[in-house]
Design a protein around this ligand. Sequence first.
Ligand code: NAD
Length: 253
Amino acid sequence: MLSATERAAELLSGCQDLVVLSGAGISTESGIPDFRSPGGIWTKYDPEEFTYQNFVSNRAHRERYWKMSLEIHPVLAAARPNAAHHAVAELERRGKLRAVITQNIDGLHQLAGTSPQRVIEIHGTALAVTCLSCGDRLPRQEVQARVVEGEAAPECRLCGGILKPATISFGQAMPERETALAFEHAESCDVFLVIGSSLVVQPAAYLPVRAVESGAKLIIVNLEPTPSDRMASVLLRGKAGEAMTSLLEAMGR
Ligand code: NAD
C-alpha cells in the first residue's frame, strides 16, 4: 500500500496544472510566526484593534500600528525562504506549477525563485507602502527607515495623505483582481495543493472547496486539521519543509 507521501507524489507526477495555496504555516520555518498557533502574533496583540477602519480614522491607531511594526517588520525583512518555498519553486521548474495563491505578505515565494507573475498575493504585501490618497507606492524599507528615525505615523511626501503598508488589513476589502484570479485558477486546475493554512480565513478557505467542486484533486499539507480535510485526496500532517522535501523526493527526477 502506498504511503500518503507516495500518493501525493503520484498525483503531482500526473498533474499538468498545479495551483498552490500557501498560508502563514509555510513561513513559520523561516522564523515568521503564524497568527493562530500558540505564541503567534495575535496572542501578543489584539487583532480587533488593527482594523482598516481604525487605521484610516485615527492617528493614535496609526502610531500604534507603526510602533508594532518596529517589532514585527525586522523579523519579516530578515526572513529567508525555507525548504517548502524552494520545493514550490522546484515544481515550477519541473513544469507543473500554474500559480501560487498566497495569503502571506512576506514575499518569500518570489525570493525562493517562483516567477513573480505566477504569485497571487491575495492579502497584499508587506514589502510595499501605498498612499491612501494619491496611490503613490514606495518600498517598505524606505518608509520603515523613516519610522525607525522617529516618524510616528509617516505621511505621503507628495500629497500629505496617509501611508499604509500594502497589506490587506482586517476589515479591508479584498483586492478584486487578485481574488477573481485566485478563483479562476482554483476552478481550472487539476491538482490544488494547500501548504500551511488553517483554511478558516475567507475567501481563501473557500478556494479548495471550489477546486474540488470543479474536479481537481486536493492535497493538504498542514500541522493541524483543517475544515477541508474531508475533501482532500491526500492529507500530509506535518511540517511543510519536511513534507514538501519528501514529496519531491518521492516524485523522483
Ligand atoms: P493561520 O495562522 O490561520 O494558520 C496557519 C496554519 O499553518 C495553522 O493551521 C498551523 O497549524 C499551520 N502551520 C504552522 N506551522 C506549520 C509548519 N511548519 N508546517 C505546516 N503547517 C504549519 O494562517 P493562515 O490560514 O495563513 O491565515 C492567517 C492570515 O495571517 C493570513 O491571511 C495571512 O495574511 C496572515 N499572516 C501572514 C504571515 C506571513 O506573511 N508569513 C504570517 C502571519 C499571518
